[in-house]
Design a protein around this ligand. Structure first.
Ligand SMILES: NC(=O)c1ccc[n+]([C@@H]2O[C@H](COP(=O)([O-])OP(=O)(O)OC[C@H]3O[C@@H](n4cnc5c(N)ncnc54)[C@H](O)[C@@H]3O)[C@@H](O)[C@H]2O)c1
Length: 225
């Protein structure tokens, strides 16, 4: 394949950002976009050189020039759209969180395996220089075996976080999925699998959410950390 043609699913802020970045990679080009909100699809299209727009991802998946998809839709859509993309033989780059439930994640992996396509989740922290250096220092043993890791995130309080799909548990899978998928993933990169979780949750920040927005989580890893 001399060029990878990407179809963008979800033309919101992250989707347009990812598509713009993809177009800067040699050998990659976004060739179509889809969003049920036609205004968003049209705006994304004009930023990406006037590529065709679709309201439904399955219609876009029928294009032969789409070899891979970027999934940047609400979290509840990741699993069904990734499975549809796999069935259509398209490689998948999917935003975090992979999907709100383990069952959905397993379905995505199974669908990609069966179709022989690549599936990658956008756990971006792994690629940030400061985090890469942390991973290098830990995995090379320079700072010894990790016994404790503490990460606190206080952000995502206002603006886009207070409207639309982000206010609904059914679309996000909760705050640990929507926001803290990054920190949880990074701690697993450093310390491995988790064996015990203690958590306290409350709703402190957002009156408009239908789920808890504040968590204190303690994890015990199999490594002993
Ligand atoms: N990696 C990161 O740091 C990071 C940052 C922000 C968002 N995200 C993730 O990116 C995804 C999108 O977030 P966002 O901030 O761009 O949200 P957004 O609300 O700006 O955009 C979501 C878009 O998806 C569209 N959409 C809704 N249902 C759809 C469907 N069935 N098919 C296709 N499109 C559909 C909406 O119309 C909207 O345009 C989420 O999964 C979010 O968790 C990741």
């Amino acid at each position: 394949m001399s060029r990878v043609g990407f179809g963008l699913i979800g033309c919101g802020s992250m989707g347009v950002h990812l598509a713009t970045q993809a177009n800067q990679v040699e050998g990659a080009k976004v060739v179509a976009v889809c969003d049920p909100d036609q205004e968003r699809a049209s705006q994304a299209s004009s930023k990406l050189g006037g590529v065709p727009t679709f309201a439904n991802h399955n219609d876009m998946l029928s294009l032969s020039e789409v070899n891979a998809v970027i999934i940047a839709s609400p979290n509840s859509q990741h699993a069904p759209q990734a499975c549809d993309a796999a069935k259509a033989g398209k490689h998948i780059f999917c935003e975090k969180p992979m999907a709100p439930t383990l069952e959905e994640c397993d379905r995505m992996i199974q669908a990609a395996k069966e179709a022989g396509v690549k599936l990658m989740i956008a756990q971006v922290l792994r690629f940030f220089p400061v985090f890469q250096e942390t991973i290098r220092l830990v995995s090379s043993g320079v700072i010894g075996e990790p016994r404790a890791v503490r990460i606190a995130r206080t952000g995502g309080a206002k603006g886009i976080f207070e409207s639309g799909w982000r206010t609904k548990y059914a679309h996000t899978g909760g705050i640990l999925m929507e926001i803290n998928a990054h920190e949880l993933d990074f701690m697993r990169v450093l310390c491995g699998d988790v064996e015990l979780v203690n958590a306290v949750a409350d709703q402190i920040v957002h009156g408009v959410y239908d789920y808890h927005d504040t968590f204190f989580v303690e994890m015990r890893f199999r490594s002993g950390a």
